[in-house]
Design a protein around this ligand. Structure first.
Ligand SMILES: [Cu+2]
Length: 649
């Protein structure tokens, strides 16, 4: 922490806000982990540089492209208001872009800005007028996708006999503040190499004011308040699962820094053994400047790994055995065009074609697989049938290769694409900022995570029908599952499984469960697909994100779970006794994603093992793909694992 800055901040606050002479502020929007909205070293608050304080009438600038700045983004972003005081000014764009933006803020309170493509990119401004003995957050704040929530509440409301009002901070805003300072401060990320130490993120030790008039609450020291409410867990030594998995697990450690790439080209792949349970290889692609490598899939023979870079334009093909680059498809090489911010990649089981979502565009890139194992661009598939830039993120492919579904994060809907006709079959509403999908092994239903809606949309699948989908047709929404129904945002009371900011949402290969990584709550939630209800929750890590299923030796599956702001891979045994129930779901073990000494193509220099996002177990055991495996892998699987849907003996 830069003490001088903090002292001047606190000094200014004690003297009264009239002493604060802050003016316009500029955030450099870029691809550096944690510092995505970088207000510069003058605003270094304990390692975070993404919060600034201004006066009413000052202007906030968001620069993505400045002559001579090496951080000028190669990815596209949006600058979008995520939180603002009721009546305050907001900013957003319809299209992903690399432009500069500005907004003048007149209303006092807390403003948080996000990129809709990469929703961990956060920046915040507090507009502080005169007369507050601390940073003033506002009376009511609006959270995009949720609505307006007061910053304080009367803890004595409804008591019998009636008690005089007594106000306290609203729980959801304390959680939001905590999440902001963890997300934007790399030194606050959970480091599982610090065995025996307390996990205590540092927050600015400043006085904060919530609400006004009789509802005002003064927090004397934000750091003490947040640490007291949420932190202090001892970091334990991670245990290996006792039961082996099969093969290996590829993890995108998207925020790890290496010597051969500037910090605005972060990211490695960490390859984990599912038998030795260690991190056995690191791949950074320094010559290609792989920028935030995000998600992977394997060729059907499991010989090649396809890798996307979410803050760039490249799709990579790697040799699975030695991690060596076989092919880079970069800007201008997609048939002369570009796939902006390639996010997720999967194969088509019937043709071995490869599909990559272009998150900064309206389309999905399609490749043919050549006999050499390399890819040949075949065209862009438009995901919109009614205009608007869809910005598809984590798509899912049908088990028979005949369909694809996308979550369209910019248009709040989902596209069902049909490969018989090569057309968009439907584009139906989901919830706010849909980001990921997962499909049943028979294509009967699919699931969409609504990141800002804190919900899962259950959609009629490509093989579903009016009869099987409760009167809905393929592509239409059957229902929404509210992942925060067991959470009271005011008091913070929790009385069941909860998930906020949900991300990956795959269906287990046997179709029984959907397992979701939730970023805001740091939880794993499990949905029973028969009832389509939340049935279990398991604690995860800060920024819980990626989930995929791999085979457990001897039968059943593990769910492998990654987190953005922690450096371990969780091995979740969601049904240890294989009875089809998850009441005994347990973390069987975990692998710390740090290894400076194994084979690697670059020297690790920072954010060790951090940024866990895409996770790919090899072999691929989903229905449709498992049947394509080479015999050597098939021989390691049980009959049930080789035939997860019970229909393809
Ligand atoms: Cu972005």
């Amino acid at each position: 922490m830069k003490c001088s800055r903090m002292l001047s901040l606190i000094g200014g606050l004690i003297l009264g806000t009239t002493q604060l002479a802050f003016a316009d502020v500029t955030f450099t929007v870029n691809d550096t982990p944690g510092h995505w909205f970088d207000a510069g070293p003058t605003w270094d608050l304990g390692g975070g540089r993404s919060l600034a304080i201004i006066k009413p009438g000052d202007t906030v600038h968001f620069n993505q492209t400045v002559p001579g700045d090496p951080r000028n983004v190669e990815s596209r972003h949006t600058v979008t208001s995520l939180i603002w005081p009721d009546g305050g000014e907001t900013i957003d764009q319809d299209m992903a872009n690399t432009k500069n933006h500005a907004v003048t803020l007149n209303t006092e309170g807390l403003y948080v800005f996000v990129c809709k493509l990469h929703p961990y990119m956060l920046g915040a401004v507090i507009v502080n007028g005169e007369g507050h003995e601390g940073l003033y957050l506002g009376d009511n704040l609006t959270l995009l996708g949720v609505g307006s929530v007061p910053t304080t509440f009367d803890v004595n409301a409804g008591t019998n006999p009636p008690q005089p009002p007594s106000y306290a901070p609203t729980n959801v805003w304390l959680r939001a503040l905590r999440a902001f300072f963890i997300v934007t401060t790399p030194s606050n990320w959970k480091d599982y190499t610090k065995v025996g130490q307390q996990y205590k993120p540092a927050y600015p030790p400043v006085p904060v004011v919530l609400g006004s008039g009789p509802k005002q609450v003064n927090v004397a020291n934000l750091n003490a308040a947040l640490q007291g409410a949420f932190d202090g867990e001892i970091i334990e030594k991670q245990q290996k699962p006792r039961q082996n998995g099969i093969g290996e697990i590829w993890v995108d450690t998207q925020y790890e820094l290496t010597a051969g790439k500037e910090e605005w080209f972060p990211g490695t792949i960490t390859v984990v053994s599912a038998t030795a349970w260690d991190a056995k290889r690191k791949i950074a692609l320094p010559e290609q400047k792989m920028n935030n490598g995000h998600n992977m899939w394997a060729s059907h023979d499991q010989e090649q790994i396809y890798q996307t870079e979410w803050h760039g334009n490249s799709t990579y093909v790697l040799n699975r055995h030695n991690g060596k680059l076989l092919q880079e498809i970069k800007e201008g090489q997609y048939g002369g065009g570009t796939c902006h911010d390639p996010a997720h990649v999967m194969t088509r089981v019937d043709t071995q074609q490869v599909h990559v979502t272009c998150n900064g565009d309206n389309y999905v890139a399609e490749f043919n697989r050549l006999p050499s194992g390399l890819l040949q661009f075949n065209g862009f598939l438009d995901m919109s049938n009614n205009g608007g830039q869809t910005q598809p993120h984590a798509h899912w492919m049908g088990h028979d290769g005949k369909s694809m579904v996308t979550p369209n994060s910019n248009t709040n809907n989902s596209t069902l694409f049909d490969f018989f006709t090569y057309t968009v079959k439907s584009q139906e509403e989901t919830g706010p900022l849909p980001i990921a999908t997962g499909m049943m092994p028979d294509g009967s239903k699919y699931y969409v995570s609504n990141y800002l809606g804190h919900s899962t949309s259950v959609m009629c699948g490509p093989t579903g029908s009016h009869e099987t989908c409760n009167g809905k047709d393929p592509g239409e929404k059957i229902k929404d599952i509210n992942l925060l129904e067991n959470y009271n945002p005011t008091t913070g009371d929790i009385n069941g499984p909860i998930g906020g900011f949900p991300i990956q949402t795959p269906v287990s290969p046997d179709g029984k469960f959907v397992i979701i990584g939730n970023t805001l709550t740091g939880t794993i939630t499990i949905i029973d697909t028969q009832k389509d209800e939340l049935v279990a929750m398991v604690p995860c890590d800060p920024g819980c994100h990626g989930v995929n299923f791999g085979a457990k030796k001897g039968g059943g599956y593990y769910a492998y779970v990654t987190s953005k702001f922690a450096n371990r891979l969780i091995v979740l045994d969601y049904d240890p006794n294989n009875d089809g129930k998850v009441d005994d779901a347990v973390i069987a073990g975990a692998v710390v994603l740090v290894n400076d000494n194994g084979p690697k193509d670059d020297t690790i220099t920072g954010n060790r093992g951090q940024g866990g996002q895409g996770v790919l177990p090899v072999p691929n055991v989903y229905n449709g793909w498992v049947q394509q495996l080479p015999n050597g892998y098939k021989a390691q699987l049980t009959p049930a694992q080789r035939n997860p849907n019970g229909t393809n003996p």
